[in-house]
Design a protein around this ligand. Structure first.
Ligand SMILES: Cc1cc2nc3c(=O)[nH]c(=O)nc-3n(C[C@H](O)[C@H](O)[C@H](O)COP(=O)(O)OP(=O)(O)OC[C@H]3O[C@@H](n4cnc5c(N)ncnc54)[C@H](O)[C@@H]3O)c2cc1C
Length: 446
């Protein structure tokens, strides 16, 4: 099949990125008189909000990812192309594809309407060399790498007779006190105190130290201060040391340097560091901005209009984490990098495309904020739903229901609910396998 195959009369929509935003656009175009091509460099949609459960062995990879072909198999006007998008020719209305599965590069895909939702990645604040020692959770590969490192650290502590070295293996540093950092820190603490406690003979896994380092003066800054403080107390109850007002200033293979509020720098021996700080837009935002002649902001997001189109190309939409929306009066909509934002934007774009086909106008995009949730370990969470603040078990149940609702695929929902029920009752974690990359992650002591 040719890459740009389409009946000449049909409107061709190309969607780049099968994440939260792009996938919604494609699904909402089901039945419309258009041919949709979804391009993604991965053959699956990743449910990022549960990636931390893969990283801590609570869920397996297939339970939080759904193959794009399977998601779209009943949508006859949509097809999937596995390829990396490397550029845009907006004048010729073409997308440039690289790394096609047949080895081809530089192929071009024609469109009439283009939608780009390339997401974001973590930023190491100009210290990309830290990445090798402090992996991030943005991808499935990252989550599996972190799982290998955490589980390997406990294995190393089990065979380590030197006390100081053992302490290094049992120290886990999570950088960034946003929802992901809080979730990771809580889960590692539970892993050490509950799930692994009886599995080892020599090492007492309960001696593990989990440090959560946050530069701001509180964790979960997207939540009201009262909920941040409740989350902090819940984490401390689990055994996590919360270091607010502290900044990680260096990361190496065997230690992390942390600058305290007073300016003192301490090198903490730690063999496992997880990066959950600072987000930057996908490089696709800069590619698109340069093709359009528009701007990117400090974190690399492309500025779009309030109908989510580019400034100089009304046939091109950009959505999700990689955009910043500026209204007609010049005000920034200032939306957070969250799944509901990308989902609502994806749906909106599908509506605009449908309306344009019939010559109807569409009102500017408006975000409906349904609230904010973060979980802390096995049975606690905080939730801020339209000003109603809840915490503890009720918030946790809300969190469970919301995540199951948004998880793609009936089979995944069933598997996840079964796993969660089992883990809740037994405190066990079924996906604690160490992959073959273990040898690369374990740096020997000198
Ligand atoms: C660990 C973690 C936990 C999170 N937890 C929550 C949460 O609890 N609640 C919440 O609301 N939000 C959460 N988020 C944020 C949420 O996941 C994002 O806001 C959301 O995924 C953004 O959707 P998107 O469509 O913009 O991008 P994404 O969902 O990231 O999708 C981008 C897609 O584009 C593809 N792509 C990128 N570049 C290319 C390219 N060059 N060529 C081809 N394909 C490409 C990617 O493979 C991917 O499939 C979390 C994020 C992370 C990383």
């Amino acid at each position: 099949m040719s890459l740009s195959a389409s009946e000449p009369a049909r409107h061709r929509v190309v969607v780049v990125g099968g994440g939260f935003g792009g996938l919604q656009t494609v699904r909402r175009l089901n039945g419309a008189a258009v041919d949709v091509t979804l391009v993604d460099r991965q053959n699956f949609h990743l449910f990022q909000p549960l990636a931390y459960q893969v990283a801590t062995g609570a869920l397996s990879a297939a339970e939080v990812a759904a193959p794009l072909r399977s998601v779209l198999k009943r949508q006859s006007n949509a097809r999937v192309v596995l390829a990396e998008v490397s550029g845009f020719d907006l004048e010729r209305r073409q997308v440039v594809l690289d790394h096609l599965p047949n080895g081809r590069r530089g192929e071009r895909l024609d469109y009439d309407t283009l939608v780009v939702g390339g997401g974001s990645r973590y930023s190491y604040f100009g210290h990309d060399d830290w990445k090798a020692f402090a992996p991030e959770l943005k991808s499935l590969t990252g989550a599996l790498d972190i799982r290998n490192r955490i589980l390997t650290a406990f294995e190393a502590a089990e065979v380590e007779s030197d006390d100081d070295r053992q302490r290094g293996w049992l120290t886990f540093v999570v950088v960034g006190g946003g929802p992901t950092g809080v979730e990771m820190a809580g889960q590692i603490a539970e892993l050490a105190r509950d799930s692994l406690r009886l599995d080892f003979r020599w090492v007492d896994t309960r001696r593990a130290r989990v440090l959560l380092v946050e530069t701001a003066d509180r964790i979960l800054t997207g939540f009201p201060p009262s909920l941040s403080h409740k989350a902090e107390r819940a984490l401390e109850h689990l055994g996590v040391t919360v270091l607010v007002g502290n900044t990680v200033v260096d990361v190496g293979p065997v230690s992390v340097s942390i600058r305290s509020e007073s300016g003192e720098i301490e090198a903490v021996p730690a063999r496992t560091v997880i990066w959950a700080a600072g987000v930057a837009a996908s490089p696709l935002a800069a590619e698109l901005a340069s093709a359009d002649g528009s701007q990117v902001d400090r974190v690399g997001r492309i500025t779009v209009k309030e109908d989510l189109t580019l400034h100089n190309h009304p046939d091109v939409f950009a959505i999700g984490d990689m955009v910043r929306i500026v209204k007609g009066d010049g005000a920034d909509m200032a939306l957070p990098g969250l799944a509901p934002v990308a989902i609502q934007e994806g749906r909106y774009v599908a509506r605009v495309i449908r309306n344009r086909l019939t010559g109807r106008a569409t009102k500017p995009f408006e975000y409906v904020d349904k609230g904010n949730l973060a979980t802390i370990g096995r049975s606690k969470a905080v939730a801020d739903v339209k000003g109603i603040r809840i915490s503890g078990f009720v918030a946790w149940v809300t969190w469970l229901v919301v995540h199951l609702f948004y998880l793609i695929g009936f089979q995944n929902r069933l598997l996840v609910i079964t796993r969660w029920t089992f883990s809740f009752v037994t405190r066990g974690r079924g996906a604690r396998l160490i992959g073959e990359s273990r040898a690369e992650t374990a740096v020997p002591d000198s």
